[in-house]
Design a protein around this ligand. Sequence first.
Ligand SMILES: NC(=O)c1ccc[n+]([C@@H]2O[C@H](COP(=O)([O-])OP(=O)(O)OC[C@H]3O[C@@H](n4cnc5c(N)ncnc54)[C@H](O)[C@@H]3O)[C@@H](O)[C@H]2O)c1
Length: 341
Amino acid sequence: MSLKVGVIGTGMIGQDHIRRLTQVLSGVEVVAVNDIAMDRAESAAPAGAKVFETPQELINDENVDAIVICSWGPAHEEQLLACIAAGKPVFCEKPLVTSAESAIRVMEAEVAYGKRLVQVGFMRRFDADYRRLKTVLDSGALGAPLMYKSVHRNASVPEGLYTSDMPLNDTLVHDADISRWLLDDEITGVEVRVPRRSTRGNDLRDPVMVMLHMSSGVIVDVEISVNVAYGYDIRGELSCETGIAALPNRPATVITDQFGIRQAIPEDWRERFIEAYDQEFREWIAAASAGTATGPTTWDGYTSTLVADAALRAVDSGKLEKIEMIEKPALYSAVEKIAAE
Ligand SMILES: NC(=O)c1ccc[n+]([C@@H]2O[C@H](COP(=O)([O-])OP(=O)(O)OC[C@H]3O[C@@H](n4cnc5c(N)ncnc54)[C@H](O)[C@@H]3O)[C@@H](O)[C@H]2O)c1
């Protein structure tokens, strides 16, 4: 029997997830949609899906088994709490919520429910290349990790909509989450350095260099550049005691012509992580069909809000900003290890 899903927020990524849920993946059906822009919901609704006027009506509808939240971050808390109150599994795009207090309220509700219901959209954890990198690290063949370099480059970002704080409170969350997951470690402090500003970014603070201090002593250095023009370029390199492990360049046809020997670069995150998003939803569908969630937890969403807050403090102070966390609820301690393949 198919999992009957309702999608809240039918903008760019909501439409892309509706496409994969209806055209790519099996065992799932989009039966309901909602958006504050009703016309957008109506045009995104697949044949036969009901368009709801409010997220609450969609969540509580008895025909909806599980929910996918793709609305804006500030709307997530209310929608997540309604899903938990209804006892329905929910996939929530990042950011889980936009403040640590808000994340704690969602965690408290999920812990009181007594079972994981929430999965956060950190899709890199489902990418085959990152999983292979983790397998190498976890094998111990290269000794202990000492440093990790994470590079996050966008060709461009929407002018006016993307502000100077967003590399630190929107983009960095992916690098921070993948570092925590790869290293199986928590971030204890954040430093930020601002190099020479790119003239392509108008008034944006771009690029930025971030140093994430892990509890083991590993330091992660993150480059975020959001206006590099040439494409979407994601890199990762682990320096361990006896060797280096790095993400491969994406396989692409090699073109040889009068301009030289070259390979195409992904245009954006949709192209680079297309299989990771598919795999993320494949695993979510399996978990949600069993009434629960898998992969990134509400705790992971909580820590990403703390990292974003610390990074914003660090850019102002120029100093190492420490991260203070609440005690991790037991519900999130025994998180299953994701299989390597
Ligand atoms: N995992 C990733 O790599 C990734 C990539 C892109 C976007 N995102 C996240 O997905 C979310 C949506 O991003 P997007 O690029 O699709 O934005 P978008 O602006 O294109 O779409 C958001 C949609 O949500 C609707 N909406 C806003 N508030 C709502 C509410 N209270 N109830 C119902 N609908 C509401 C808007 O009308 C809009 O149609 C954001 O949280 C964003 O950070 C994640």
